[in-house]
Unconditional design. Structure first.
Lengths: 170, 170, 170
């Protein structure tokens, strides 16, 4: 019995990963997700970020990558923001402020840019997963995403979530 | 002591339900919530989806149901989307794409429609709960919602959340 | 061994706090977050609400507070809603309904106003934390926020999240 007990204890003790679904492609929500992720990684936690739907745009390479695509896939590719630098805010875009102003203010106040946050995340071993189904729907190929991204399905997300005590949908 | 220990173990072992608050009535977020829910159910997990605020619209029957209502309740009923087929996207609506295009692309890529995902959820025993308070505020009656929906309050949601190791707000 | 075991048990048993990141400054999402928070507090749970980005606006005092600020900080202060009474809906604002109508309907149906929900939260000991970094970026000072608010960073949020079995991002 002691063995099974220790096993249970072990299972419990290690269930403190952090897993986020990053559904949104808004600049502000992207920044928030990476700040939380990097904070948790700096505390020694395993972090998985699962990018789905609009969140995939955060992971796009800024330059066009040559791949063969059908008409609809090309349309999606053109209409959606190509990478982190093209993301918009969820709020206050209409009032003339928008993403550039927030970026400037964050820089003035010495807050890392989204691009720096993403680099830090990859360097600290945070797992960046692109949702397989969303890639299919939007017609994205792996080579169009930044380096270091892994592809996975909802099953993979759920297995990571299972081992996490903090699960967020952003 | 062994007994209390085993009990504790048991409590811990069974705390792996999944609970989601579906606050949003956006087509894309609705799809994401049902994909996650169905994935978890297919892994044998108990899943509870608590629909509140705009999320209630996802559960509306597409046809008008004859019920006596006050003026404001009628207004709400008319102004909000009547069921899953009328939902809009959280994004890209302005650029002329919108919900029909996403639906077409998902069909082309053999992804289930929202309606199929909802049916699958109900058939696999996922608990679909409509928020009592939101129904009162928006003037919805139970007979206006699709079959198989249960009504519950925030206390019910919290008790389900308590037994879950994945909790999301969508 | 029994000692370490009991300690583990204890750790596990008390890990049922509730922690929310309130990122959004929408009236409807603010109401939802406080209804969940107050519900959990009434069940005797410890609740922490971490207000970041637009969520900070919920905590602003309605009247202007005299503080020295730079140009950009003043701009932010003027452009963003000053407190809970100025928040807008995430939805249906365009159709002429908006926040006042929802407030009226909620009042008619005897649902507490956001201001009452906030007061109840503070009175029941829910921890209201304003994100340090967001305050820096937006140029908010502590005296501009309602009384009873604590300032904390992402590290503080993560340590509270660690002790919670319900974690939400709103």
């Amino acid at each position: 019995m002691n063995d099974s007990l220790n096993q249970n204890m072990h299972t419990f003790e290690t269930k403190d990963n952090k897993t986020m679904v990053v559904f949104s492609g808004d600049l502000d929500r992207a920044i928030a997700s990476f700040i939380i992720a990097n904070g948790a990684a700096s505390m020694g936690k395993k972090v998985t970020m699962f990018f789905t739907f609009w969140g995939l745009n955060i992971l796009r390479k800024p330059d066009k990558v040559k791949v063969q695509k059908g008409f609809m896939d090309k349309m999606f590719g053109m209409m959606m923001p190509r990478g982190s630098k093209k993301l918009k805010l969820s709020n206050m875009n209409m009032m003339g402020m928008g993403a550039p102003m927030i970026r400037k203010v964050m820089k003035n106040k010495n807050v890392s840019s989204l691009e720096e946050l993403i680099m830090a995340a990859i360097n600290s071993g945070i797992e960046i997963v692109a949702c397989q189904m969303s890639m299919d729907v939007m017609g994205f190929r792996k080579e169009e995403l930044i380096d270091g991204v892994k592809i996975g399905g909802v099953g993979y997300y759920l297995s990571e979530a299972e081992d996490s005590n903090v699960n967020l949908f952003i």
